[in-house]
Design a protein around this ligand. Sequence first.
Ligand SMILES: Cc1cc2nc3c(=O)[nH]c(=O)nc-3n(C[C@H](O)[C@H](O)[C@H](O)COP(=O)(O)OP(=O)(O)OC[C@H]3O[C@@H](n4cnc5c(N)ncnc54)[C@H](O)[C@@H]3O)c2cc1C
Length: 548
Amino acid sequence: MTFQQAPPTLGNQYHDDRVLRSYLRRVLPVDGLQEIEPSLIEMGRLAGGELYQLQLADRLNEPRLTQWDAWGNRIDKIEVTPLWREAERVAVKHGVVATAYEHQHGSLSRVHQCALAYLFTPSTDIYSCPLAMTDGAARTLIASQNAALIERAVPHLITRDQSEFWTAGQWMTELTGGSDVGLSETVAKPEPGSRDFRLYGRKWFTSAIGSQIALTLARPQGNPPGGRGLALFYLEICDEYGQLNHIEINRLKDKLGTRKVPTAELTLNGTRAELVMGPTDGVRNITPLLNITRLWNGISSVALMRRGLALALDYAGRRNAFGAPLSEKPLHMDTLASLQAEFEAAFHFAFHTAELTGRSETSELDETDARLLRILTPVMKLTTAKQAVTVASEVLESFGGAGYVEDTGLPGLLRDSQLLPIWEGTTNVLSLDTLRAIGTDGDRVLESTLTSILNDVRDASLGGPIRLALAALNHALSWLKEVQTKGDAAVEAGARRFALTVGRAMELALLIRHAQWSIDHENDTRTAAAAHRFAHSVIDLVVDDFSK
Ligand SMILES: Cc1cc2nc3c(=O)[nH]c(=O)nc-3n(C[C@H](O)[C@H](O)[C@H](O)COP(=O)(O)OP(=O)(O)OC[C@H]3O[C@@H](n4cnc5c(N)ncnc54)[C@H](O)[C@@H]3O)c2cc1C
């Protein structure tokens, strides 16, 4: 009989996820967990079942842009694929955005929402992208205190009723640059006799272009150059008759990955828009949106890592080589265990940031924790995104040749992960942002945070990892102090190594804390094993002097 290889399969993605379930048991009160668990079990069932099957069936479909109708009218119509249509329905019904705004569990509603997003993301081909921007737009409008816009748009962004649901885009990047948005050339001209403006310019990357609204940056006429001279605008993409708001969709990007996401190049040709806040400081005013999308980026990073590992571990039990399943080959399992350690470390960092974000939204953060959130958001985004790419690459290799073959659905994991370090601030740009966030006294915030995270860890077996986490952070902070005396160029050159060291030290500390909890409350040493393994990866990347 000809040999037939069994493909990997997925079970209920909530039930099968020890790391998520153990984490939720630690951070949620017992009754809170009981209340939210049915929603997570249902999302886990969909993610490992119907949605995953639909994702595999939808693999070759892509969004389509139709620019002209049969009679020569410019229509610029976008059609997304069946998977994305179903993803929207599931996301709205299950409150993948709404949960964070319903505050059923106070600040932990953000954790609940992130857990839903984490389960939902890997089976829906980056439908997380419009959801992240929608969430970010809701948060930004609420923060703006613009009562008219809040009343007009926010209920649509956070609804559970699909007929009312709107998604939001964020249009920042222009040809002049995504990192240096202060160079943006889009101009805003006041509309005579109205408080509205008309926008003229080109936006070079606009994702999920099927949205109903967008937040964007433009320079009101007469404003100075640079970031301060830009203002934050709200616009609706179509008017009440369904006509585009003086927007031309020039083409969709032909991208390496995230191919279900329609990412467009646009021309704004008199697009009607309203100021969200004042006529300047647009880059500062859009920050709440960036913080939310960076959180989503981290959650997506750990979600894609988890999906790769779920498939790889299942396959290891199905694939035989040299007389035994791969799951019985010590080297194969050692390779997967190292990936699992990366994933668990990243998981705790992303969800810790979700906890802090939730507390900031319910005004429960003191000044120190607010500083901490400001520092950790870019560090978490950049650290977890890099891990996602590394893990996805190794996951593909763990399947051998099958990992390189398209109709397994596996290569998409690597291509989609590769976006995570690029958008919403590249690794370098966020490393520099980390230095700005630390400023003159952020080192004390980081030191005291790490010490307090590790405070209750007593298990002797965790002593070694604790010493490594503290040593890495201390080395990074002393490097920063020292290098500042050598001038800006030296500081900038080491910023990425610094930020990644802070990120990995933070991850190690959070993993150790959870390991202690899991030993105490679950009699389980698996997180401790992951902490040991992660501690023996490279935590400290700081180099004092390359010439030595
Ligand atoms: C699939 C996809 C979807 C996207 N969707 C959107 C969207 O919806 N809305 C939107 O506004 N944008 C979107 N973007 C754009 C994205 O945010 C930008 O590509 C990103 O911010 C980088 O900007 P850039 O491409 O202009 O690169 P550049 O800014 O030119 O950067 C090029 C390189 O230079 C490095 N660099 C830049 N400045 C510095 C510095 N000071 N020091 C050291 N290194 C530096 C960067 O790290 C990068 O490696 C999307 C991009 C992609 C790929």
